[in-house]
Ligand binder design. Structure first.
Ligand code: CO
Length: 218
């Protein structure tokens, strides 16, 4: 099977259904994109960004990697962030983790996967930093869930500390950074209560998010 014809058939059907709903849909998007949101999420196939939040092509700028990690020196992620903030002028940056994340689980257990270990070491450091909090949880699943949450909190903080976001705030460009977590069990997002809109808010929001657990919104 060299052509993956099922996917091409799906694509044709999708394109036709979009045009049935809105004959101008693709033509309108041709000239420019004006997304309001940048999504930084996990590469996991079960967490498809647009579908989860019900947004169409053109609405969401997306970067995904294993375990939704944002680190200094990752030219790929930082280029996406820079383009989204400086050129597209998105209003919101959303870091969305998910429970049951395989990458976070591997970091929690210290599994040896190969090349990915080096990447997941960023999460292993978060595990080590939060040893006390994690060790107090009764089950492996609880520790896994909590490390998924703590990872989101750290990555939101990392986004806020980039020169890209700091400089946007310094010139009063309105951009909010949000931390969310998605449950594979019910398909619902939970807010990590870590929405940061300016440099001075980061410290308090970070500490507050670390003291609480997220709940699904009504
Ligand atoms: Co994941």
């Amino acid at each position: 099977m060299r052509t993956l014809s099922r996917l091409f058939a799906n694509n044709r059907a999708w394109s036709e259904s979009m045009l049935r709903g809105d004959p101008e849909f693709f033509r309108r998007l041709l000239n420019q994109q004006r997304p309001e949101y940048l999504w930084i999420g996990c590469a996991d196939s079960r967490v498809p960004a647009n579908q989860i939040v019900g947004l169409l092509p053109g609405d969401l700028f997306v970067h995904r990697n294993v375990a939704n990690i944002v680190v200094e020196g990752d030219i790929n992620c930082l280029s996406v962030l820079q383009y989204a903030v400086d050129v597209l002028r998105v209003r919101h940056v959303i870091v969305c983790g998910h429970y049951g994340c395989g990458g976070v689980g591997a970091a929690l257990r210290g599994d040896k996967l190969g090349l990915a270990d080096q990447w997941l070491d960023h999460v292993a450091k978060i595990r080590d930093k939060n040893r006390d909090q994690l060790d107090h949880l009764p089950t492996e699943k609880d520790r896994h869930d909590r490390l998924c949450e703590l990872n989101v909190i750290e990555q939101v903080s990392n986004v806020c500390r980039t020169p890209i976001i700091r400089e946007a705030w310094a010139r009063s460009q309105p951009v909010s950074v949000h931390g969310w977590i998605y449950s594979l069990e019910d398909g619902l997002l939970r807010d990590m209560n870590m929405c940061v809109t300016e440099t001075d808010e980061l410290r308090d929001r970070y500490e507050a998010a670390r003291q609480t657990r997220p709940v699904a919104k009504a």
